[in-house]
Ligand binder design. Structure first.
Ligand SMILES: Nc1ncnc2c1ncn2[C@@H]1O[C@H](COP(=O)(O)OP(=O)(O)O)[C@@H](O)[C@H]1O
Ligand SMILES: [Mg+2]
Length: 421
């Protein structure tokens, strides 16, 4: 018996040794695997870094192609559903499907009920340079716009419009709020920090700003400090071989800091609200034009650049329902429709390379005469409400934007010249 047990112990000991060897091998294997995982993780990190790089390159190339094509760029933004939207339940269910990589947005007519009854819903697809869905943030929007702001600093004339019906998010996009600033404050911030950075490269910049409102085909100076605003006329003056527009009697302020700009914004708000008991009413019935003149000089090379940045919050594009239009409202609406269609006509004429571009058909286009066209960069935001109730108005906005996007207005040129000291 003992011998039997001994031999069993021997066999077991041999097995233990064998198992220990197996375990060592396995441990080695695990170590190798861990090494592989680390290597693979490094590879993944590297690919992701390259992907980001490719995305940045793609964006740059896209911008370059757009620039070479000379088209008006159009960005589309759908705002999130809000409490005040009618049938808010419906609004949660988007009538838009968006492919933000391809700048594609498809609008589906809100007629689900008909569909159940055998009817059809129509859908229409639009292609823009960028489409931003309901969860897009102000900083995402600005990261796509910042190149254009940079262009103004480089000496281009730049126009940025927000187009859409009242309540679609134009002011939110352009101005935003203190907590969630929009394109205007972010642009100013960028210009100041870039100007600071460029000091090292011998550039010095001077910034001048004006802020105007066009209401019922009349220009109002939003930076005016007097109670009575003078009449303002749009005039052209010759600057070298170029004509530049200016508005007589409009306050133009030097701005040297973000604080100074903020003070201007406050003043313009005050001027806007005193003009009307209901500021939102008023601002939806008027265009606001914030204009920044950016003059740079390089003390080393003698190069000067003269850029202009126009940031425009357009009046609401909605058509007034006939039933509730009082006389005053009717005039306002006719003026708004007139100036928005004048804007469309100017863009179309520029696109057709017409000899005559009807800049003078509205105050808005007249004012922007030197900032629209082949020498300038233009970007239009088309803002959309997600509410199914707004479907008809949204379609009008989308079609307006589609026409603008199709217009080839030529390649922008920098406004620079060299002075010899
Ligand atoms: N992207 C957004 N995210 C959150 N709230 C928004 C957004 N866009 C608009 N809003 C809100 O919707 C309302 C209407 O927007 P607003 O910018 O005033 O429209 P508009 O200027 O076109 O009339 C405002 O209360 C605004 O704060
Ligand atoms: Mg507004």
């Amino acid at each position: 018996i003992i011998q039997g047990l001994r031999s069993q112990i021997q066999t077991l000991e041999a097995k233990v040794v064998e198992m220990e060897n197996v375990q060592k091998q396995l441990e080695l294997h695990v170590q190798n695997l861990n090494g592989t995982i680390v290597e693979q993780q490094d590879a993944i990190d590297e690919y992701e870094r390259r992907k980001r790089e490719d995305e940045t390159t793609r964006r740059k190339l896209h911008n370059l192609v757009q620039e070479l094509k000379g088209n008006i760029r159009v960005f589309c933004r759908v705002r999130p559903a809000l409490e005040f939207d009618q049938n808010e339940g419906d609004a949660q269910e988007s009538i838009y499907s968006i492919d933000d990589r391809n700048g594609s947005i498809t609008a589906q007519a809100p007629a689900k009920r008909n569909l159940k009854e055998g009817g059809r819903t129509s859908s229409e697809n639009f292609q823009f340079d960028q489409v931003f869905g309901r969860s897009s943030t102000q900083s995402e929007i600005f990261s796509e716009v910042s190149q254009l702001v940079q262009s103004a600093l480089d000496g281009y004339r730049v126009c940025l419009f927000a187009y859409g019906q009242t309540g679609s998010g134009k002011t939110h996009t352009m101005l935003g709020s203190m907590e969630d600033p929009g394109v205007i404050p972010r642009s100013i911030q960028q210009i100041f920090s870039e100007a600071e950075r460029l000091k090292e490269h011998d550039w010095s910049f001077s910034l001048r700003a004006c802020f105007m409102e066009i209401y019922n085909e009349t220009i109002r100076d939003l930076l005016s400090t007097s109670d009575t605003d003078k009449a303002h006329e749009i005039k052209m003056s010759k600057d070298g071989d170029e004509y530049v527009s200016y508005v007589s009697g409009v306050t133009i302020e030097n701005v040297g800091s973000v604080d100074e700009i903020n003070a201007l914004m406050q003043r313009s708000m005050k001027n806007r609200s005193t003009a009307s008991t209901n500021m939102n009413e008023r601002s939806s019935r008027s265009h606001s034009v914030f204009r920044l003149y950016i003059n740079g000089k390089n003390s080393d090379t003698g190069v000067e650049s003269n850029g202009v940045l126009n940031l425009i919050d357009l009046a609401g594009s909605e058509r007034l329902k006939k039933s509730n239009s009082e006389n005053e409202r009717l005039t306002e609406t006719q003026n708004i429709n007139k100036s928005l269609s004048a804007l469309g006509d100017v863009i179309a004429a520029l696109g057709n390379k017409s000899k005559h571009v009807p800049f003078r058909n509205s105050k808005l286009t007249h004012l922007l005469q030197d900032s629209l066209g082949g020498n300038c960069k233009t970007l239009m935001f088309v803002n959309l409400s997600p509410a199914p109730d707004s479907y008809q108005e949204s379609m009008c906005s989308l079609r307006f934007a589609k026409k603008a996007n199709a217009c080839d207005i030529g390649t922008a040129q920098r406004k620079t010249h060299i002075t010899f000291n």
